[in-house]
Ligand binder design. Structure first.
Ligand SMILES: NC(=O)C1=CN([C@@H]2O[C@H](COP(=O)(O)OP(=O)(O)OC[C@H]3O[C@@H](n4cnc5c(N)ncnc54)[C@H](OP(=O)(O)O)[C@@H]3O)[C@@H](O)[C@H]2O)C=CC1
Ligand SMILES: O=C(O)C1=N[C@H](C(=O)O)C[C@H](O)C1
Length: 247
């Protein structure tokens, strides 16, 4: 399978490159990033307008601002995409829905197996611990551009899918911030080289349950993205998620 790697210079791009180089069934035929890299032999492009971009599927770990043009390319050339970039706006999310009518799109804010299992457990805990206050804490490295993390948003949305009328707030500050019953607060911590930590706190009266996931290397995400590429290649148009692959 020929891969178009979006964001090849980035931390995740490098991890994907390394795994692809160990897999004989995969090859990078084109790469997209804003700066060229003289060490790479595949064809490099700075955006999706070039007609010479070739490949069977895109693996994207880049920047949200690149996503709209990438989706137009997918639609125009019928190229499926594994979309791992986070920080997606509502407008981009709408474009993803629309584009998935024409091509397969695999989208997840977190490509690890563990987070996807955690989300199932969190949903179950939320229905049982209905009266508990729920807060989410995510921690990432100091180079991360978006907050809260795509994973924290996924976790919050999964809780909302089972408990209606939840309202998300992002951190707290000020003299009138007493917790409301229906709040789910999301807190973002940034520092050093933290790969990715997510903690969901269920605080009740006199008891607390904390569920958490800790990624110990970026490889876990790269591996998940490559598995997703193999999974959606040749599939019908549509929006695919981790759940579909793990069934
Ligand atoms: N779904 C998942 O499991 C995971 C998702 N991610 C997401 O993937 C994305 C990339 O992560 P990561 O590799 O760590 O990030 P990096 O910042 O290391 O890499 C992003 C790459 O995109 C490039 N880029 C191209 N256009 C732009 C632009 N307009 N602004 C900024 N950067 C641009 C950057 O170039 P330059 O170096 O010149 O800035 C860089 O090469 C993020 O959205 C992150 O949240 C990350 C890990 C796991
Ligand atoms: O930027 C990162 O590094 C990560 N981003 C994803 C997110 O926003 O949730 C996934 C992972 O936590 C690492």
């Amino acid at each position: 399978m020929n891969i178009i790697l979006s964001g090849f210079n980035g931390a995740m791009g490098k991890n994907v490159l390394e795994l692809i180089s160990e897999d004989e069934s995969l090859m990078i035929t084109s790469g997209i990033d804003r700066k060229p890299n003289k060490y790479y032999t595949f064809k490099q492009f700075t955006d999706y307008s070039d007609e010479n971009i070739k490949g069977d599927i895109i693996v994207d770990f880049s920047h949200f601002s690149l996503v709209p043009n990438m989706l137009e390319f997918c639609k125009r050339t019928h190229t499926p995409v594994v979309l791992c970039t986070t920080g997606l706006t509502d407008e981009i999310l709408k474009q993803i829905e629309e584009t998935s009518k024409y091509v397969p799109i695999f989208k997840s804010g977190n490509m690890s197996l563990g987070i996807n299992l955690l989300i199932d457990i969190v949903k179950k805990a939320s229905t049982i611990l209905e009266d508990f206050d729920i807060e989410i804490i995510e921690k990432h490295h100091n180079k991360k551009v978006d907050s809260p993390s795509g994973t924290a948003k996924m976790i919050a949305n999964s809780i909302k899918s089972v408990l209606n009328e939840k309202e998300f707030i992002y951190g707290r500050e000020g003299n009138d911030t007493k917790r409301k019953k229906n709040e789910i607060a999301i807190h973002a911590v940034r520092g050093g080289t933290i790969v990715g930590e997510h903690e969901i706190i269920f605080a009740g009266t006199d008891e607390i349950i904390t569920l958490s996931h800790s990624a110990r290397s970026k490889k876990v995400f790269a591996k998940g993205a490559i598995e997703a590429a193999k999974f959606i290649y040749g599939k019908e148009s549509g929006l695919y998620r981790m759940d579909d692959m793990l069934k």
